[in-house]
Design a protein around this ligand. Structure first.
Ligand SMILES: NC(=O)C1=CN([C@@H]2O[C@H](COP(=O)(O)OP(=O)(O)OC[C@H]3O[C@@H](n4cnc5c(N)ncnc54)[C@H](O)[C@@H]3O)[C@@H](O)[C@H]2O)C=CC1
Ligand SMILES: O=C([O-])CC(=O)C(=O)O
Length: 339
């Protein structure tokens, strides 16, 4: 995972000009962002515009996309950018898409849980996924909209109903949990953050976020109190930002970064780059739960392999058992919503 993330960061950072890549050697890839005018959508659109693996960038929202698309389109990188707005243009935004990233929906305010967003976001995700099933049924879907623990099962049910479900192509984006775990671990362990790797498994809300610091590298001699504090901070990372923003939304910039890293990994997998491994919330059999986040090997068809949890500490084993009831009920709530 580390080398693929480092490669990703380098790819994102590399300035791209007409001469910096050979069009022949890089496949054409269309990426669509649904919710592109939002707090996450805008910086994510910027970062996807910087990605030389993207040849067409479609920016869709219910409003505001002409401005975002015009702005981003002036950047001298490979992709052609188009903005789409409103139901009438959703089909065009999706047609021919290889990767669809979904940060559409309302964010939390202080005092809310991610599950409090269910009532509004479930409907948004359901209608967007219905359109994906119609216009780009073979696309890889990166679900950012919360509550991810439920929106991914919602998407799966919509796709099943449409007869196009491919479990290898549906991903809940949990990369921000990994990004946070790495940052917090590096600070506590006093190691170079660029070299840190920490798998984060489970789901994407509170206790369902389970960072596996026993598997963190480089190794550090942290006390159990330190591990507990790091675990709590990773689980509460989203709330930390929601409170700091004091009513003006949740993480947008760090999420855009995380979303860009994950989409880049999906594109690399599609393009046949070997050994692309990221954590993601996917259909899974590594526990008794039908959806679970763990390390996943990405390839030409999306998920190549869902990797196991590896050896867990007693503290992590306890965390794993603790998260299961909440994750199970969030999954069931999503499935029930579509049925
Ligand atoms: N997976 C993760 O780690 C994270 C997920 N999130 C989630 O991402 C979502 C978006 O957050 P922000 O960008 O901060 O919210 P925002 O409110 O700034 O932006 C959301 C955008 O979605 C658009 N939208 C609403 N309905 C739509 C529809 N039917 N079709 C297309 N676009 C639609 C809105 O017009 C708006 O531009 C929230 O649900 C938030 O909880 C946020 C941070 C991290
Ligand atoms: O906390 C939130 O509501 C947004 C989110 O998922 C995160 O920042 O991890």
């Amino acid at each position: 995972m580390r080398s693929s993330l480092l490669r990703s960061v380098k790819t994102l950072a590399r300035p791209t000009t007409a001469r910096a890549y050979s069009v022949d050697s890089v496949p054409s890839r269309k990426v669509t962002v649904l919710g592109a005018a939002g707090g996450i959508g805008q910086p994510l659109s910027l970062l996807m515009k910087l990605n030389p693996l993207v040849s067409q960038l479609a920016l869709y929202d219910i409003g505001g996309t002409p401005g975002v698309a015009a702005d981003v389109s002036h950047i001298n990188s490979r992709s052609e950018v188009a903005g789409y707005m409103g139901d009438d243009q959703l089909g065009q935004a999706l047609e021919g898409s290889d990767v669809v990233i979904i940060p559409a929906g309302v964010p939390r305010k202080p005092g809310m849980t991610r599950d409090d967003l269910f009532n509004i976001n479930a409907g948004i995700v359901k209608s967007l996924c219905t359109a994906i099933a119609k216009y780009c049924p073979h696309a890889i879907v990166n679900m950012i909209s919360n509550p991810v623990n439920s929106t991914v099962p919602i998407a799966a049910e919509v796709f099943k109903k449409a007869g196009i479900y491919n479990e290898k192509k549906l991903f809940g984006v949990t990369t921000l949990d990994v990004v946070r775990a790495k940052t917090f671990y590096a600070g506590k362990a006093n190691v170079n953050v660029a070299e840190v790797n920490v798998p984060v498994v489970g789901g994407h809300a509170g206790v369902t976020i389970l960072p596996l610091f026993s598997q963190a590298t480089p190794k550090a001699n942290l006390s159990q109190d330190d591990i507990h504090a790091l675990t709590k901070r990773t689980q509460d990372g989203g709330t930390e930002v929601v409170e700091a923003k004091a009513g003006k939304g949740s993480a947008t910039l760090s999420m855009a970064y995380a979303g860009a890293i994950f989409a880049d990994a999906c594109l690399k997998g599609l393009n046949g780059v070997p050994d692309v491994v990221e954590c993601s919330y996917v259909q899974s059999t590594i526990t008794e739960l039908p959806f679970f986040a763990s390390k996943v090997r990405l390839g030409k068809n999306g998920v190549e392999e869902v990797l196991g949890l590896g050896p867990l500490s007693d503290y992590e084993k306890e965390g794993l058992e603790k998260l299961k009831p909440e994750l199970k009920s969030s999954i069931e709530k999503g499935i029930e919503f579509v049925k």
